[in-house]
Design a protein around this ligand. Sequence first.
Ligand SMILES: [Zn+2]
Length: 343
Amino acid sequence: MIDFRREEEYFVFQDPGGKGEMLRRKTEIRFDPLTGESSRVVYDPGLKLTPPDYTEIGEKTKGAKCPFCADNIMRITPKFPSEIAPEGRIKVGESVLFPNLFPYSKHNGVAIFSGQHYVRLLEFTPEMLVNAFRGAHLYLKKVVETDPGVRYASVNWNYLPYSGSSILHPHIQVIVSEQPTNYQARTVKEGEGFYAQHRQNYYQALLEAEKGLQQRLIKFGEQLSWLHAFAPKSHLDFMGIFQDTFSLEQITDEHWKALAHDLVELFRYLDSQGLASFNMLFHVPIRENPADLVHLRLVPRLTIGFLETSDINFFQMLHQEPLSYKVPEEVVQEISRMGIMTG
Ligand SMILES: [Zn+2]
């Protein structure tokens, strides 16, 4: 039912050193089982990564210079109308959620995790993450209650500047719109096509197939299961699937706890690889649709070499062709050897 299609190509050329023997370098083109979009698993030149350290920049940008630090947040961030938040902002523990002054959508909340300005990847605790997710959840429910016109929701995270984040103080973005993003439009449409053909939810079928194959399954959890995407959107591509959760209404506090727990585990793996920055997309169907499911994608962001070359080039930007130096099945074996995501 799930088609894991891949094609191999070899580039054959003469070794510049040695005795002039011929080298064969493989490019593997993989096709996303849902959308058919291709990704390339390319030859790994032996990338050595050092995670960026923002300690010094953190000192320079915190406090009075940061809109999200305690000095400023209650003074300069905007407030919601009272039907969304009677006090203007949504607070859960140390997390504060407020309107984005420069919105990307009809509704756009921003939430900080805590008062800590620079949080290193390994400093995130499940509690910090859960507080921000709970705030996002309250906001999503209020938006849906008060604006029946909205159809698409997501919770998103750019962590650290490599990922596109312009403020060091960690924060997530809740986006609710009448219009889908390309990702939402494509996955919902293809998911409906899959459902019409097989009478089964694509994500559930994918998880079942991966459970059988045991090549890319990272964890099968009570609420949340993890896979590495077959056709990755970047050098790694973790998919979290809430296997029984079809809509916003079905999300409970247990879901957030599971997500926070597993993210902290996943961060250990990223850190072990010299990675720190990432993009995350958490897709939340507003209305129940048997063809769609609550799920997330998390991909690392990095720079290459001493020029700090961007990891996005003409392939991703214009050909819309993701590249990966890592072989998904090897990544999953490594995660398992390291004992990550076992609990
Ligand atoms: Zn700050």
